[in-house]
Design a protein around this ligand. Structure first.
Ligand code: HEC
Length: 202
């Protein structure tokens, strides 16, 4: 976790800064000086900045969704429809890309495998300049997906139903039977976790 904090600070396409410069900047701010010394005896240092960011990132993981509870054995945590949706999510092939603990977030994939998606962004190609990375995007995690509309990198759709239908057609080259999309949407809604107080109050 901590190593990941350094990366974006130094990376020219992210913050393009250095941890030493960040340390100097924060030291000029009285509020930060106070808040750091309240928690860390040695105040603002690069190690403490990285530690604070890593601690903050821990609360960004929002656990205990109804689906997590279902996986832990609480059979009543999600509806029958959501259970069907989960099975469809697996059998239709959504899991090929959206998998793991965060149901996505592990790989890059082409956006628009079976049908052109009219993307105005070239995706990863902008960074790598490799032909095969054209229209390749990060497969997003689907945790808390019901809370983060609009969807796709360009926010092209505002409902989960539209997003699921679009994925089925463009990423899988398939169609859903009546009711199947709704079931998958019910499953996706069961991925909303308990947002910690500290995040909710802001
Ligand atoms: C071949 C890989 C692949 C498959 C299969 C796939 N997806 Fe996706 N999915 C992606 C990628 C890549 C994106 C990001 C596209 C973008 O950012 O524009 C995405 C985005 C999404 C989004 C929007 C996420 C957001 O944060 O905006 C949802 C919802 C979604 N997929 C659901 C599904 C469902 C449901 C299925 C099965 C019907 C499915 N996906 C199948 C690769 C895939």
């Amino acid at each position: 976790m901590k190593e990941q904090v350094y990366g974006p600070i130094d990376n020219p396409v992210e913050m393009g800064y250095s941890i030493a410069a960040v340390t100097e900047t924060l030291k000029k701010n009285k509020i930060y000086l106070q808040q750091f010394t309240d928690i860390y005896p040695d105040g603002i240092t690069s190690e403490n900045i990285v530690d604070a960011i890593a601690e903050f990132e821990k609360v960004l993981i929002i656990p205990n969704s109804p689906f997590d509870k279902y996986l832990k054995g609480d059979n009543k945590a999600i509806s029958q429809k959501a259970k069907e949706g989960y099975l469809l999510f697996v059998s239709k092939g959504c899991v090929i890309c959206h998998h793991g603990v965060n149901i996505g977030g592990n790989l890059y994939n082409k956006f628009g495998i079976y049908k052109d998606v009219n993307s105005s962004s070239l995706g990863r190609y902008n960074i790598t300049k490799r032909e095969e990375d054209k229209y390749v995007f990060k497969v997003p995690s689907l945790r808390n997906i019901a809370l983060i509309a609009p969807y796709m990198h360009d926010g092209r759709m505002s409902t989960l139903k539209d997003a699921v239908e679009f994925m089925t057609e463009h990423q899988l080259g398939r169609y859903m039977e009546p009711g199947e999309t709704d079931a998958i949407v019910a499953f996706l809604k069961s991925l909303t976790g308990e947002v910690p107080e500290i995040v909710r109050s802001k």
